[in-house]
Design a protein around this ligand. Structure first.
Ligand SMILES: [Zn+2]
Length: 140
């Protein structure tokens, strides 16, 4: 399966397994299992979403949004809970207003789940760890 490296955004081919002890990016050699959510920009968004065979969970947020800040650590933890099962990414809607407009983001935080390059679900409002895990598990 194709997985985008969260560190350097190059596309890796990784065998699909139940669980992974170790997996490193062929290009930058960093771990594909441990990372902070990837900051996506309009220049990188499509490439990452289209080249991911695993679901991509995108958090549309803004620096001035209180609930977004509260959810940030929850989102970071979730990224480590689904290694090579889902890719966690963030879009700062203040810097990337065209992405916010393209996806019709009216309130933040909004989470959109992309699968095979297509939006399959969106949820507005901050989620706690349990609800976020449930949302991700549904699409694995
Ligand atoms: Zn890499």
């Amino acid at each position: 399966m194709r997985v985008v490296c969260p560190h350097c955004l190059s596309v890796n081919n990784v065998p699909q397994k139940e669980s992974y002890k170790k997996a490193n990016c062929g290009k930058c050699k960093n771990s594909l299992l441990a990372y902070n959510p990837v900051e996506l920009r309009s220049s990188t968004f499509d490439e990452v979403v289209i080249n991911s065979d695993i679901p991509v969970i995108v958090d549309f947020w803004a620096p001035w949004c209180g609930p977004c800040k509260m959810m940030a650590p929850v989102f970071e933890q979730a990224a480590s809970r689904f290694p090579l099962k889902a890719l966690f990414a963030k879009v700062n809607t203040e810097n990337e207003q065209n992405l916010g407009a393209r996806f019709g983001i009216r309130s933040i935080p909004t989470l959109i789940v992309f699968k095979n390059g297509k939006e399959v679900e969106r949820i507005s409002g901050a989620l706690d760890a349990t609800s976020l895990s449930a949302l991700v598990s549904k699409h694995l």
